[in-house]
Design a binder for this molecule. Structure first.
Ligand code: GTP
Length: 195
């Protein structure tokens, strides 16, 4: 018997930074050059082992287009973690990320784990955001930070592993409102929905 913990995770960030592509790489190990912009939000799950627990990520991939901004609270409310994504080749997207962090701090769950993903690191020859700037900023807000490439499958697993490690274990006194607890056989299951 192994405890399965359901952890709501949302992805936030500018349109086109690669949120859906990161989720698609993580859940389906697939990359689509012609992926469409998300309308509203999309949902997928993936279960991964973490120590003697299983973490079932309930992943809400939000739409980055400004017209969907007002929907975001539905997805970050009750989230154990937020993955905030920017595109390393677009300084503007790093600015948008900071706005999301501010919103999360003001209106998000108190103990939300924040993970910053600098996506498209396969395009580092045209980067506009340095790793140093990203690290310093992440440190200032106590967030995890990693550069990813959904395209080349770089650091996507590591991103979610990093989140898993930041979630206090079940026997911790701090586990308050970060997911429900179920007992189940030791199976690793992945629910796949189209992205
Ligand atoms: N080179 C490169 N391109 C990527 C990468 N990740 C995503 N892309 C491309 O970037 C574009 C946008 O990707 P999406 O995953 O739709 O971006 P999104 O953040 O979900 O966008 P919205 O749904 O509008 O919020 C697509 O053309 C992807 O193929 C990456 O790691 N490297």
């Amino acid at each position: 018997m192994m405890a399965i913990r359901e952890l709501k995770v949302c992805l936030l960030g500018d349109t086109g930074v690669g949120k859906s592509s990161i989720v698609c790489r993580f859940v389906q190990d697939h990359f689509d050059h012609n992926i469409s912009p998300t309308i509203g939000a999309s949902f997928m799950t993936k279960t991964v082992p973490c120590g003697n627990e299983l973490h079932k990520f309930l992943i809400w991939d939000t739409a980055g287009q400004e017209r969907f901004h007002s929907l975001a609270p539905m997805y970050y409310r009750g989230s154990a973690a937020a993955v905030i994504v920017y595109d390393i080749t677009k300084q503007d997207s790093f600015h948008t990320l900071k706005k999301w962090v501010k919103e999360l701090k003001e209106h998000g769950p108190e103990n939300i784990v924040m993970a910053i993903a600098g996506n498209k690191c396969d395009l580092s020859d045209i980067r506009e955001v340095t790793m140093k700037d990203a690290r310093e900023y992440a440190e200032s807000i106590s967030a995890i930070v990693v550069e990813t490439s959904a395209k080349n499958a770089i650091n996507v697993e590591e991103l979610f592993q990093g989140i898993s490690k930041q979630i206090p274990p079940l026997n911790s006194h701090e586990n308050g409102n970060i997911g429900t607890i179920k007992l189940a056989k030791q199976t690793s299951q992945t629910s796949r929905r189209c992205c």
